[in-house]
Design a protein around this ligand. Structure first.
Ligand SMILES: NC(=O)c1ccc[n+]([C@@H]2O[C@H](COP(=O)([O-])OP(=O)(O)OC[C@H]3O[C@@H](n4cnc5c(N)ncnc54)[C@H](OP(=O)(O)O)[C@@H]3O)[C@@H](O)[C@H]2O)c1
Length: 345
């Protein structure tokens, strides 16, 4: 039998980061694991999914989600395994996903969990079939109006959300241009994700290169970054362009998130439409989006790039690395290997 340990470890917020997070911003709390209540499950967390919104919520400013309180557990999507409790459909050993946070164990209700099938790889349940894939799918499906032959530009193209926007744009027949922070990422975006081209935003010739790569202008701009990079894309919009604002990674993670100036001149001049997007406003679309992403994965039409780090303690530094542009693809921190044969473990 699996023996439930006496204590859980969890990261709680100690102080708010000024820009990027570091170990000093967190406490590792040790707390007793209580007996699993009837109707609930004890989940051993195998892997956590990191995303810029976690750092955004560590700061105290208005956003599309509430800030974490000091002392609160840092939230995130996880891959876990049922190790205790008795609920139909969730036998011991069942793999699940859910939003259970930066901790080694969690007590959860079945309503908080999705039991995952072995048809897809485990990491796919934290990428294409989870927030990054559903965000890209819903934003493009609801507001993208992708048209074959038109030009789509995607920022953070080698990132978790951006990598799916690139592939969905190509599947819709668009000419797709990515933007990343280095040549190696750009190479992967072209070779592995199928983009037509990919430019580096920190190249001094970036504005010039973008204008050359999009001679007829950008018809659809899928933006997760904002800031000066977004403004340079605005300078290259085609008439009647559509802009979907999916994230503001640059300002949200800066020291002054409240200061997020945008040059509106070209948006006006090109009569562009701009749509802010949060997937949390469309929960009724998630199941459909997940089914569609599953179908595309089955057909081998969607690829993922995973960046896996090992070790619970490395969670804050991995978030910092991701926000510093040091990682390609979805950043996942492995807390434990999957348990086999739990009854006899
Ligand atoms: N609206 C929604 O429903 C929704 C859902 C999920 C995520 N989001 C948002 O979408 C954005 C992307 O999330 P993700 O999980 O896919 O993260 P991600 O793109 O995988 O990771 C962040 C990337 O942003 C780039 N970056 C960070 N700081 C930068 C800076 N100062 N200047 C230039 N580039 C910088 C880096 O890529 P490069 O080095 O390649 O530039 C970094 O790898 C986030 O803002 C997140 O909050 C929104």
């Amino acid at each position: 039998m699996f023996t439930v340990p006496e204590t859980n470890r969890r990261f709680t917020l100690k102080t708010r980061p000024e820009s990027l997070p570091s170990d000093e911003n967190f406490n590792i709390e040790k707390c007793a694991i209580p007996p699993t209540p009837p109707g609930k499950l004890l989940i051993k967390i195998l892997m956590v999914a990191l995303s810029p919104w976690q750092n955004q919520r560590m700061k105290d400013f208005k956003n599309y989600t509430e800030p974490f309180k000091i002392g609160e557990l840092i939230d995130c999507d996880v891959l876990g395994q049922v190790v205790d409790g008795s609920v139909d459909g969730y036998p011991p050993g069942q793999l699940v996903t859910g939003r259970l946070g930066w901790q080694e164990y969690a007590i959860a209700s079945p309503e908080q969990l999705i039991a995952i099938s072995a048809e897809f790889s485990e990491t796919l349940w934290l990428t294409a079939l989870s927030s990054p894939g559903l965000t890209a799918y819903c934003a493009l499906d609801l507001f993208g109006r992708p048209m074959p032959g038109q030009t789509l530009v995607v920022t953070s193209a080698a990132g978790a959300v951006g990598s799916f926007a690139i592939q969905l744009g190509k599947l819709a027949g668009m000419r797709v241009i990515g933007i990343t922070g280095n040549k190696e990422k750009s190479r992967k975006v072209i070779e592995q994700l199928g983009a037509d081209d990919c430019l580096e935003h920190n190249n001094p010739l970036f504005a010039h290169n973008l204008a050359n790569t999009c001679p007829d202008g950008v018809n659809l701009f899928f933006d997760t970054l904002g800031g000066a990079i977004g403004d340079i894309v605005f300078e290259n919009l085609a008439k009647y362009a559509q802009v979907i604002i999916v994230g503001r990674t640059i300002s949200n993670n800066s020291e002054r998130p409240d200061q997020d100036p945008v040059n509106m001149r070209q948006l006006w001049a090109k009569e562009a439409s701009i749509k802010g997007f949060s997937r949390y406003s469309y929960p009724e679309r998630w199941e459909f989006a997940r089914e569609r992403m599953m179908a595309l994965c089955r057909q081998g039409k969607i690829k993922t790039i995973d960046h896996i780090v090992n070790g619970f303690e490395k969670t804050p530094s991995s978030l910092k690395d991701m926000l510093s542009g040091n990682c390609t693809g979805k950043v996942l921190v492995r807390y434990s290997e999957k348990l086999v044969n739990i009854e006899n473990d």
